[in-house]
Design a protein around this ligand. Structure first.
Ligand SMILES: [Zn+2]
Length: 323
């Protein structure tokens, strides 16, 4: 599971802390922007200097820089320690608004941004591959784009026969899943696994045993390696639980005061969705960043060979909580 931790923070023992190395990158981005550098120029400089981004890669894009400049976690909140002081953060927001006005930027339904919105978010539940957008009759009036499994055609053969969906259909899937959450926020309060007393006890015992080895200076013991590995496993499982809390809180904040969506909401999609998984029987699972899955069965038009669904079977929503 991805952690979605903004760059500049790390999770240490289940607590979010400032990353002693990477916080400087965030500070630098804010100060360069206020000095008048453009998002593109900042991204280019970071890439050239091979500064690692949140995914530990060095290919910075202007939109990645933009997201850092608008992430209000950096001001600090219940979970995140303050990394950028409020005055600086606000100054940046004002400047960005002005810039946007100057550029006369308006949301365009067919912008490149929109085209790539679903990239790496749609997965095939049959073979695990990501979905890709295939465009037929490109440039002609009959042009048609649909999302298909990456293995739909592989080495000139049809390997995966999972269903195709259009952008519009995927947007409906998202809208429907979010509306389920808005209607029923209780889904976010479902009992989740906490660290059980059994785990705490096990962890304490392991700590003691490791301590014993360290006191005896028997660092080469195979047993010690096993214990250290076990401890790491336990720590990982608890930090996952803490991450669930953080991500659930994030979703709740985004949904505060929201009415049922009547249209697709790009920002919510980008911020709240981990992935959408498609199955051959028409089941579609929308997984939120905290691991919550809303699944739905879409009735599928088979007889005319046209892919797409006609009617949503609203009685078929289920939610599961996988953590
Ligand atoms: Zn597939």
């Amino acid at each position: 599971m991805q952690t979605h931790m903004p760059i500049g923070y790390v999770m240490v023992n289940g607590k979010i802390q400032i990353d002693k190395e990477k916080f400087k990158i965030v500070k630098k981005i804010y100060s360069e922007y206020l000095k008048g550098k453009s998002l593109v120029a900042i991204a280019k400089a970071l890439s050239e200097k091979e500064v690692p981004n949140a995914n530990n890669k060095t290919n910075w894009t202007h939109s990645a820089v933009g997201r850092i400049l608008e992430n209000n976690k950096y001001k600090g909140d219940e979970f995140y320690p303050e990394l950028i002081d409020k005055a600086t953060f606000d100054e940046v927001q004002v400047k960005r608004k002005q810039k946007e006005k100057q550029l006369g930027r308006t949301a365009q339904p067919n912008s490149m941004k929109n085209q790539n919105l679903f990239s790496n978010k749609i997965y095939c539940g049959e073979c695990g591959e990501p979905y890709r957008k295939y465009t037929e009759h490109s440039g002609k009036a009959s042009e048609k784009s649909r999302w298909k499994c990456k293995k739909y055609i592989f080495k000139n053969r049809v390997l995966c026969r999972n269903l195709f969906y259009t952008d519009e259909e995927l947007k409906l899937v998202f809208k429907s899943a979010v509306n389920q959450l808005i209607k029923n926020q209780r889904l976010l309060d479902m009992p989740r696994k906490k660290e059980t007393p059994k785990i705490s006890k096990e962890r304490r015992e392991i700590e003691n045993q490791i301590h014993q080895f360290e006191e005896d200076e028997d660092f080469s013991s195979k047993e010690l390696a096993v214990l250290i590995f076990k401890r790491a496993e336990l720590t990982y499982s608890t930090s996952k639980i803490d991450d669930y809390e953080v991500q659930t809180q994030k979703i709740k904040e985004m949904l505060i005061g929201k009415d049922l969506l009547t249209e697709f909401h790009e920002e919510l999609f980008k911020e709240m969705i981990d992935k959408i998984t498609i199955y051959q029987d028409g089941k579609v699972e929308t997984q939120f960043i905290n691991g919550l899955i809303i699944s739905e069965i879409l009735e599928y038009k088979r007889k005319d060979e046209k892919n797409g669904y006609t009617k949503k079977n609203s009685g078929n929503h289920t939610a599961s909580n996988e953590i």
